[in-house]
Design a binder for this molecule. Structure first.
Ligand SMILES: [Fe+2]
Ligand SMILES: [Fe+2]
Length: 316
């Protein structure tokens, strides 16, 4: 067999090993009884399918059972990657991070996460990051990472082709969605002004991260905790919008080539929306989707319009 051609990849690139059984053709007995919703996402020119599982807002507490463990392990048998959209913990306590890290260590695919507002309560940031990383969890805070996911077919010189999937991760912040999406702005007081300052700073960090993520990719996904649009806020009350995300994040995202945005935080939201510029946005807060959802990235052109696979659930 001819040698593999050398393809330089950015630092931190993770090769994902091919599954023993093709993940999109798992027989029922191997898949267990977990039927996860699968939503096709159109990515032009992507040969084969890449399946990305996502969920957020575990809000793990020591006095409450962590109920997501079995579903996380099961979804890993059906997906290539797992994205967790922040609020892993309820109080940001190191012990809560240790509990989540232990459960995520049992997930058999790479796990990528960002910090939610509850996680940011953690005062021991270095220990928290070390706890997650020791469990193999990749924490992105204004950073990007690349995965090479084997896809079906044959590449150049008989090699196994791989899809280049880039994840850009940042927590984000509140600030509101005015004037484009909500008309008037939030009430002006010290808290909202502080939010606006922090929101602009987070948007600038996102812009810098996207501007630096120049590698050639097949798909680029932005993972964040806060929402870049009000279109995924569902039944959240209007007066809370300024705490749930901000439109400056969308303005940044729409200036770059982003295929999908995944966020959490809006527990009373709805699963599917888009930025003002039309970039698809998905709210994966556990309170909304109930169990992990799988996004099947691929070239589905010609297969017609595809509706999101999820339905809105009310928050518990
Ligand atoms: Fe949350
Ligand atoms: Fe949150």
């Amino acid at each position: 067999m001819p040698p593999r051609p050398f393809v330089p990849m950015p630092r931190g690139t993770t090769w994902i090993r091919p599954p023993a059984v093709p993940r999109d053709r798992l027989p029922g007995d191997l898949a267990g009884d977990a039927a996860f919703p699968v939503e096709p996402v159109q990515i032009s020119g992507l040969a084969g399918r890449v399946r990305i599982a996502a969920i957020g807002d575990f809000h793990a507490r020591l006095d409450r059972e962590f109920v997501f463990g079995p579903a996380l392990r099961q979804v890993a048998s059906q997906a290539d990657l797992l994205l967790v959209a922040g609020d892993l913990t309820d109080n940001g306590r190191l012990e809560e991070f240790e509990m989540v890290a232990e459960r995520l260590a049992g997930v058999d695919v790479p796990v990528v996460t960002v910090l939610g507002n509850h996680d940011r309560r953690c005062l021991r940031r270095v220990a928290m990051r070390r706890t997650l990383e020791s469990a193999g969890v990749i924490l992105l805070d204004g950073e990007s990472t690349m995965f090479l996911v084997p896809v079906a077919g044959t590449g150049a010189q008989g090699t196994t082709p791989a899809a280049r999937i880039q994840i850009v991760g940042i927590g984000g912040y509140g600030g509101g969605f005015w004037p484009e999406e909500t008309g008037s702005g939030p009430p002006l007081h010290r808290a909202t002004q502080a939010f606006a300052v922090r929101a602009r700073r987070e948007a600038a960090r996102l812009e810098a991260t996207l501007a630096g993520a120049t590698d050639e990719v097949d798909a680029r996904i932005v993972l964040m905790h806060y929402s870049p649009t009000s279109s995924t806020l569902g039944r959240e009350p209007l007066v809370k919008y300024w705490m749930l995300g901000n439109i400056e994040l969308a303005r940044v995202i729409d200036r770059f080539d982003v295929d999908l945005v995944v966020h959490g935080h809006a527990h009373l939201g709805n699963p599917a929306g888009q930025t003002i510029g039309g970039t698809p946005v998905r709210n994966v807060a556990a309170h909304v989707i109930g169990r992990p959802v799988i996004y099947a990235l691929g070239d589905t052109a010609g297969s017609g319009h595809v509706e999101p696979a999820m339905s809105v659930r009310t928050a518990g």
